[in-house]
Design a protein around this ligand. Structure first.
Ligand SMILES: Cc1cc2nc3c(=O)[nH]c(=O)nc-3n(C[C@H](O)[C@H](O)[C@H](O)COP(=O)(O)O)c2cc1C
Length: 196
């Protein structure tokens, strides 16, 4: 990994800056116990009113419907995601039940993002790579998997063992490296809104 772009400005747990979204998966299978450990980590994410709006639909590479799920992805994602061990669709429930009936769950996507973060970091701790994908056919996924409108489709997550960059087609190899972040002074301000 290129340390320079991934250098924290303050000391943090290495977990946060050593995780990155690789694409060069080996095709190695993932055990159910490992995959469920990732869902377990996601389950403990915080959420508005503890509403827990996240839902996960997964498929492993040896499943008969693997090609169907792969087919939901944009072509550019499909090329590398085809060597993942599992694909996970993350959706969030846009309404929560209350004694007065269903109410909009304002933080459903925000909460799902927290769950994704737990999932990705737990995977990293166990030596597995993850990459989220917004690039998929939402309408076709919703129809094929019969997902009711009350659920927002968030991302597909590819989970896999990360291998050599040579596994990727040439045009993707150059992209296969950790990226950096905005400096803290561009994203944090004290006492007033200081951003354009
Ligand atoms: C909501 C979301 C959608 C994304 N969609 C895609 C995608 O369709 N294809 C892809 O290759 N990467 C996708 N990514 C990965 C991001 O490009 C990546 O997380 C970002 O560049 C930061 O890099 P890092 O995860 O390696 O730190 C997505 C990430 C997120 C969080």
């Amino acid at each position: 990994m290129s340390a320079a772009v991934r250098e924290p400005q303050h000391e943090i747990e290495p977990l946060f800056h050593t995780r990155w979204s690789a694409r060069a998966f080996t095709g190695e299978a993932i055990a159910d116990a490992t995959l469920y450990t990732l869902f377990e980590a996601a389950r403990w994410a915080p959420s508005g009113g503890n509403g827990q709006p996240w839902r996960f639909v997964y498929i492993k590479r040896d499943h008969v419907d693997w090609p169907l799920f792969l087919g939901f992805l944009n072509e550019r994602n499909r090329i590398w995601a085809s060597r993942a061990a599992a694909l996970v669709l993350l959706v969030s429930r846009q309404e929560r039940e209350t004694p007065e009936g269903p109410k909009p769950a304002r933080s459903h996507s925000f909460d799902a993002g927290a769950a994704w973060s737990n999932f990705a970091h737990q995977a990293h701790l166990l030596g597995w790579g993850t990459r989220a994908m917004g690039g998929f056919d939402l309408a076709r996924t919703r129809t094929a998997l019969q997902i009711p409108e009350v659920y927002a489709l968030e991302v597909f997550i590819a989970v896999g063992r990360v291998g050599d960059v040579e596994m990727l087609p040439e045009d993707l190899r150059a992209l296969e490296k950790p990226n950096g972040r905005l400096p803290l002074d561009a994203i944090v301000s004290e006492g007033r809104f200081a951003f354009t």
